[in-house]
Design a protein around this ligand. Structure first.
Ligand code: UD1
Ligand code: CA
Length: 456
């Protein structure tokens, strides 16, 4: 049995009319990744000699967005699945095997494909399913237990339509036979297409065995034709991820209300409350707690840190034992050291904060460098933008900034500076100074308020 080399052909030229979208079907996402990218990554896990992706509708966008190193093959006219595989034929060597996958079947896993390759040997392997409602699928026709043909729904007679064993579309073929089989396909059928499925009867005619392997669960070979099916597979994908995280010791208050669109690295005793969305690369240290309704994208959060509800974090780093939120917004470049506190309605962008510093209420910190043990009062704003350029604000250690202070950048405050509430700071402040930059209070005693005539 020659079992190498393995080539993978992924079919993705169809239009996806029922998605009602300008986006090509295979670019719609499952778990934050285009379906096509997932299929390619799964194919890659089999270490094939080549991956050939057949594209047609929306080909430029698919190539550009999927960003994977594969052999893109064009099918200008969609004349059927058999015709689509034929487009890849010039790129397939005469020996070895070819596995056919689909860009809109996103959740097939490596184990399923390995089992199929194993069963196929050097002959034909066919991935099948058994469905209560097989309508729309190609039916597996057996004679004396042997798989002899696939009949498409539209070509099936009532007896064949009653068969519940269906074709998933995924199959393995011996390259030695591929060219002759593909060249003998005809489009003389109900849909006027060149059916890949006709290869099963051709294999039988050539005395090559067809070895069926039934999927362990339908989702592993389920395709997406509309948004209903996309949503169903997304939920299955999320449920599987949640189960894996629970199994690995992460507490999810409700696994049905948790979404991971990327990868999560986690320590021990991590607790995640309901409606949390994690995107990209997220790392949570030991004992991290994420409150309800937080959205966290590309973030590294140190041990013991708590993120309170309704916080939004993106491209940021937080040390250990910090307290963030509720309603905090950490934007790209927020780098917070251990024990930092960021409270409600505080926005932090491109700003480094040293150990133990706090900004607890209603504040904007942008393009700033803040030392340790500094307290930023409520309503403090770094005015970092002059309409053209962004400027930096530097704040030392152990600084106390009162409420409602505007720091007009570029400006720097030394260590142990105290700023009176309501100040607008435009000049640098030296270490150990008290700075007031606000109008003095005026009191007029015995002031008689004007009153309306009618009141007299
Ligand atoms: C196909 C199978 C059917 C199986 C079903 C599983 C055939 C003839 N039928 O039917 O037995 O039960 O899948 O979902 O293979 N494509 C191209 N170029 C083409 C035609 C199709 O790239 O010229 C791609 C489509 O983008 C799609 C896939 O191949 O991703 C399947 O094509 P589709 O026409 O949807 O086949 P089905 O009718 O679903
Ligand atoms: Ca289909």
């Amino acid at each position: 049995m020659s079992q190498s080399p393995l080539h993978v052909v992924i079919l993705a030229a169809g239009k996806g009319t029922r998605m009602y979208s300008k986006l090509p079907k295979v670019l719609h996402e499952i778990g934050g990744e285009p379906m096509m990218a997932r299929v390619i990554d799964t194919a890659r896990s089999l270490n094939p000699a080549g991956i050939h992706v057949v594209i047609g509708h929306g080909k430029e966008m698919v190539r550009e967005r999927v960003k994977r190193d594969v052999n893109w093959v064009e099918q200008t006219e969609q004349l059927g699945t058999g015709h689509a595989v034929k487009m890849a034929l010039p790129h397939l060597p005469p020996e070895g095997r070819t596995l056919v996958l689909y860009g809109d079947v996103p959740l097939t896993d490596t184990a399923t494909l390995e089992a199929l390759l194993e069963a196929a040997g050097s002959e034909v392997g066919l991935l099948t399913d058994v469905l209560d409602n097989p309508a729309g699928y190609g039916r597996i026709i057996r004679e004396g237990g042997k798989v002899v043909a696939i009949v498409e729904e539209k070509d099936a007679n009532p007896e064949q339509k009653a068969v519940k064993e269906t074709n998933t579309g995924i199959l393995v073929l011996p390259n030695a036979k591929l060219e002759s089989w593909l060249n003998s396909l005809s489009s003389n059928n109900a849909q006027g297409e060149y059916y890949l499925t006709d290869l099963i009867a051709l294999a039988n005619a050539d005395g090559i065995a067809v070895r069926p392997v039934q999927v362990a669960a339908s989702y592993l070979a389920a395709g997406v034709n509309n948004k209903v099916q996309l949503a169903e597979l997304e939920r299955i994908f999320q449920t599987n991820q949640a189960q894996a995280l629970l199994t690995a010791g992460v507490t999810l208050r409700d696994p049905a209300r948790f979404d991971l669109r990327g990868r999560l690295k986690h320590g021990q005793d991590v607790v995640i409350d309901v409606n949390v969305v994690l995107e990209g690369e997220v790392e949570l240290g030991d004992n991290v707690e994420i409150g309800a309704n937080c959205v966290i994208k590309n973030a590294k959060i140190g041990a013991g840190t708590k993120i309170a509800p309704f916080s939004s974090l993106e491209n940021c780093e937080i040390g250990t034992a910090a307290a963030i939120g509720p309603y905090a917004r950490l934007r790209p470049g927020a780098k917070l050291a251990d024990e930092v506190h960021i409270g409600n309605f505080v926005e932090v962008k491109n700003t480094v904060m040293g150990k133990g510093s706090k900004a607890n209420h209603l504040t904007y910190l942008g393009d700033a460098e803040i030392g340790s043990q500094t307290n930023i009062g409520a309503g403090t704003i770094t005015a970092n933008y002059d309409g053209v350029n962004k400027h930096k604000t530097v704040i030392g250690d152990d600084v106390r900034i009162g409420s409602n202070v505007v720091l007009v950048a570029p400006v720097s405050l030394g260590n142990k500076v105290t700023i009176g509430g309501g100040s607008t700071i435009t000049k640098n402040c030296e270490d150990n100074t008290l700075v007031l930059a606000r109008a003095r209070q005026t009191i007029i005693e015995g002031w008689i308020r004007p009153e309306k005539e009618s009141k007299k």
